[in-house]
Design a protein around this ligand. Structure first.
Ligand code: ADP
Ligand code: MG
Length: 678
């Protein structure tokens, strides 16, 4: 990437300009998810897919719908109660002085109040109002979990994950709201778990250190947007439309004859709201997608620095790391500002248009009241009804805009869910016990960044053999070994398991056959026992002891304060490197799998433990395939087959003795050099 001979300052510049370039081109600082454009068709597809998630919670969903239906009631009565208070209480007029008719659902109330005097009417209306308030509540829109929400993904996600909407409050509204919260949480939790499962099965080449922050961002901040999307697409618009529809009907019924223009204006609000906001939706989706990518990059930068804190400090690179973080953080904020600006411009235009319509309605109604066609009480009723129509209309217009952000988030979730399914051959056959051989046929492998690690590998590893892979650092040994349990998959050629292409098998089932002791040992920060059981949950106490003994762990484990039950630090860092390596070998041995692979296991062992380990590996190889990547001659010598690789190519294979007697042998040169070195 950067020229190593260039002076430090220009190095810095190149680095930040690379960053600028990556971000500036709307390409994510993220290796796989490089597409930032999201067209309307894809948006609709994502919406369809989100809707299908609801089928997993049919009961809660129906409960929510039924409860919400009840909440339409208060909105219907409220404007008419207002009219009665103004006309028949304050102005003390009798009923039916104008042509305006009360809608049918008001008849029960009218029969009660018709012959009452104004004071009694007020008492009746107040009683109905108070009862209604307690049970059904005043109508509210878009009630949410109610945390103070900032323009950051964290609080937004927190609010979204417990989001609910209810058209009402009161006791009924509370029940409806809580059912809604439960529904959102269930959906989010299910989706979050599924995404987590997918991520934990991602091919290692895709899920390296740089991806961790991004994955966290997706699981924590993007997922909660999905249930919000289902709700926003089902319950919220449905009830808004239903409300608007009923109110339009009422408007038509009572005022249709005296003022047909009113009806037209009310009807027009919905499509106009949509027309105004629609052109902005593409821009909002893109900016949202970009701000989320930048948020991921920030999380990545933080994760990387914190998890490599020792390296960063030992290299005195804290300043450089901080400025890298600052860059990303600033970029993320810049995109957030852009996003906010687009949203604000959009809502301003909408507010202006609906404001003008509102003023026109007020003028129209005032005229009609002055002319005596309507009474002042109609003003109250009409404003109430209009509110019930214009609010949903405004909301639905802004709504298409709002869900663009959500769609962008949900896309990031679905992207990962789909991504993996291409590679994991879920429908593949079950790979039962491997028992004959593993064959490499013209296998080549290039890493996603283009590094060619293996070329033209033709090998056969037989069961019952101890195979040693030997070669200089960087020659491709680890890459070759990764191909066996399909941690990596060949970019050309094929790997055959007992004569069948590994691609025909379901990957999980191949991995169950292989126990792999990684070159970099990784432990979870729980007890040693739990770490061992991770490899084989059914391991008995004697099996554990055997494995610990073979790997030379017994002495140091016995000296630990809690023995096997001591908690390890993050990544096992409360043990020395040598101890970690031994423990890692023990863990590999406990997993009683047909194929055992050890990547440079003996580097940290003393000669005696090494000898002991080799003896048990030899024993293990009698009914297994054991592949060891090794440097030490003492280990290599024991092998039934030695594979010597250099620059990603197999140079020689054979036993130690066979290779040593060849006249020209790269292996012999390598061994002789090693001998001089050690
Ligand atoms: P060995 O185990 O023999 O030391 P590896 O198999 O780890 O070698 O690496 C072989 C080559 O592939 C090296 O050139 C290395 O730089 C490159 N390589 C290893 N891992 C990656 C990776 N994740 N991305 C890109 N290149 C890699
Ligand atoms: Mg290696």
């Amino acid at each position: 990437m950067t020229d190593s001979t260039a002076p430090e300052s220009s190095n810095q510049e190149t680095r930040s300009s690379i960053f600028q370039e990556v971000i500036g081109k709307n390409e994510f600082d993220d290796r796989i998810d490089t597409q930032s454009d999201l067209n309307t068709l894809e948006a609709l597809r994502i919406i369809g897919r989100s809707l299908r998630q609801i089928s997993s919670e049919p009961k809660l969903f129906s409960a929510k719908v039924i409860l919400e239906l009840g909440l339409i009631v208060p909105a219907l009565y409220l404007p008419w109660l207002g009219k009665i208070v103004i006309d028949n209480v304050l102005q003390q007029q009798p009923f039916n002085t104008t042509e305006i008719e009360f809608p049918p659902f008001m008849q029960p109330v009218l029969t009660i109040v018709q012959d009452q005097d104004p004071l009694q009417i007020m008492l009746t209306v107040s009683t109905i109002f108070i009862l209604g308030m307690v049970v059904l509540g005043m109508r509210t829109y878009g009630l949410s979990a109610g945390l103070h929400e900032g323009q950051d993904a964290a609080t937004q996600a927190e609010n979204r994950i417990s989001a609910s909407y209810s058209e009402g409050s009161g006791l009924w509204g509370l029940a409806a709201f809580m059912v809604g919260v439960r529904l959102t949480q269930r959906l989010a939790s299910r989706l979050r778990t599924r995404l987590f499962e997918r991520l934990s099965r991602m091919p290692m080449s895709k899920l390296d250190d740089q991806r961790i922050g991004d994955s966290i961002y997706r699981v924590m901040y993007d997922v909660p947007m999905a249930p919000d999307l289902f709700l926003q697409l089902t319950i919220v618009p449905f009830f808004m439309m239903l409300n608007a529809g009923i109110n339009l009907y009422v408007l038509q019924y009572s005022y249709g004859e005296v003022s047909p223009e009113l009806i037209w204006i009310a009807w027009a609000t919905v499509p106009v709201a949509f027309l105004i906001t629609f052109p902005f939706s593409g821009a909002i989706r893109r900016t949202s997608q970009n701000k989320r990518a930048a948020g991921s990059a920030t999380t990545n930068a933080m994760e990387e620095s914190v998890s490599n804190v020792a390296a960063v400090q030992s290299l005195g690179a804290t300043g450089e790391q901080s400025s890298r973080f600052a860059d990303r953080s600033e970029e993320s904020f810049r995109r957030e500002r852009y996003f906010i600006a687009v949203v604000i411009v959009c809502s301003c235009i909408f507010a202006a248009v609906s404001g003008i319509a509102g003023i026109y309605v007020i003028i129209l109604v005032s005229d009609l009241i002055i002319d005596g066609v309507m009474s002042p009480g109609d003003y109250a009723a009409l404003i109430g009804i209009f509110w019930s129509i214009a609010m949903p209309a405004a909301y639905l217009g802004a709504y298409w805009i709002k869900i663009q952000d959500v769609i962008a988030a949900v896309r990031r979730v679905f992207f990962f869910m789909d991504f993996e399914s291409e590679e994991d051959h879920k429908d593949g056959d079950e790979c039962t016990v491997i028992e004959r051989q593993i064959t490499f046929e013209n296998v080549g492998y290039s890493y996603p960044n283009g590094t060619r690690a293996l070329t033209d590998i033709n090998l056969s590893f037989k069961f019952g053999d101890l195979v040693a892979i030997v070669g200089p650092t960087g020659s491709g040994k680890t890459t070759l070994a990764y191909l066996i349990p399909a941690i990596l998959q060949p970019t050309s050629g094929r790997v055959l398991i007992d004569g069948r292409d590994a691609r025909e098998f379901n990957i999980e089932s191949i991995r169950r056959q292989v126990s792999y002791v990684l070159q970099e040992h990784t432990f979870l920060s729980t007890t040693i026992r739990h770490n061992l059981l991770l490899a084989n949950p059914n391991a008995t106490e004697p099996q554990m002891f055997d494995a610990l003994e073979t790997a030379g762990c017994v002495d140091f484990v016995a000296e630990l304060p809690n023995g096997l039950d001591i908690r390890l630090g993050r990544g096992g860092d409360t043990l020395s490197v040598g101890q970690q390596q031994r423990l890692s070998i023990a863990r590999g041995l406990i997993r009683d799998a047909p194929v055992l692979i050890l990547d440079e296991p003996t580097a940290a062992l003393d000669p005696q433990t090494e000898h002991f380990l080799l003896r048990s590996l030899r024993r293990a190889a009698e009914h297994r395939l054991v592949v060891v990547i090794a440097h030490r001659l003492s280990t290599i010598r024991q092998a039934d087959q030695i594979v010597f690789i250099e620059d990603g190519r197999v140079q020689e294979t054979g036993t130690h003795n066979e290779l040593m007697v060849r006249s020209t042998s790269a292996y012999r040169e390598y061994v002789e050099l090693q001998n001089v070195a050690t």
